[in-house]
Design a protein around this ligand. Structure first.
Ligand code: AMP
Ligand code: MG
Length: 281
């Protein structure tokens, strides 16, 4: 199965979250059953990122959106474990600071986009400005309504400059979210993550769904696609995302750059002698 197309929200179509099963796990019965595949894609992802880094021609921007406890941090952990951290920058977007709030909404995001050869991950993104901002009326409707167009222009500009963009919504059910909050509370190492605000957002579940569906309909583009990832099973979420990134990077047909030196000449000048010396020993 081609995961890229399976989880893609076709440009121009509506993402109907109600009809996407957050429990989906494809043919896999369990984490251990999927483990060989998860490991294979992790390894492949590392190789492809290395190739992108070496090629130094284009970059990859991964945007992660999802409700509280949807697994954004866990996904980053998984993806980063596969790649060389030297080629990857992670930025989290929280409530804008005073300085950020005194600029246009894309300012802080543009600063965090990847340089050539680099990969960047957005933990939340510029989409917060049409999600939380819309749900809580943080700016007037006529302001957030214009932002879809601004986002599309911004992403098109990045793409024209060889920044490839993949956007993932981690789709969990309300029950799964509550269960994860409960697990956090019960775990002394993760308790600190819980805030009253997490619970306070739950009554807005449907408003977030509506805002998200709208954003995806307006902003899933061929050059900057949105994917809805079934994320009730953490291991399936990790598998699906790393597989989609791999499928996409493979389609770019990247190649290692040619060496800038004459390899035969280098061998002759520096390695011939070594061989002779070792042969002498
Ligand atoms: P967390 O991801 O749990 O650390 O929380 C970050 C919080 O910042 C979330 O509640 C986001 O909705 C909020 N946030 C992120 N971007 C914005 C924004 N542009 N405007 C308002 N709130 C935001
Ligand atoms: Mg939170």
């Amino acid at each position: 199965m081609d995961y890229f197309n399976k989880f893609l929200v076709e440009p121009g179509s509506k993402a109907d979250l109600g009809n996407i099963d957050p429990d989906f796990k494809d043919k896999h019965e369990s984490h251990s059953h999927a483990l060989p595949e998860i490991e294979a894609y992790s390894e492949k992802l590392g190789e492809l990122q290395h190739l992108m880094y070496a090629e130094n021609k284009r970059s990859l921007l991964i945007c992660l959106q999802g409700r509280d406890a949807a697994g954004k941090d866990g996904t980053i952990n998984h993806v980063l474990a596969a790649v060389n951290p030297q080629g990857c920058l992670v930025t989290g977007f929280k409530v804008p600071s005073k300085e950020e709030a005194s600029h246009d909404f894309l300012w802080r995001c543009h600063k965090a986009t990847p340089a050539k050869g680099q990969m960047a991950i957005f933990n939340r993104s510029h989409y917060e400005d049409v999600l939380v901002v819309r749900v809580h009326n943080l700016v007037p409707k006529n302001v957030w309504e214009r932002r879809y167009e601004h986002i599309n222009s911004f992403e098109k500009m990045l793409h024209d400059d060889d920044t490839h963009i993949l956007k993932f919504f981690l789709h969990i059910s309300p029950d799964e979210e509550l269960q994860r909050f409960k697990e956090r509370i019960d775990d002394p190492a993760r308790r600190w993550k819980i805030s009253e605000a997490d619970y306070a957002e739950r009554p807005y579940w449907d408003a977030y769904t509506e805002a998200f569906e709208d954003a995806v309909e307006k902003c899933s583009k061929k050059h900057a696609p949105w994917f809805v990832i079934p994320a009730n099973h953490k291991w399936f979420r990790n598998l699906a995302i790393s597989r989609i990134i791999c499928e996409y990077l493979e389609s770019l047909k990247m190649e290692y750059p040619a060496p800038t030196v004459d390899i035969d000449e280098i061998k002759k000048n520096y390695h011939q002698a070594e061989k002779t010396e070792s042969q002498l020993e």
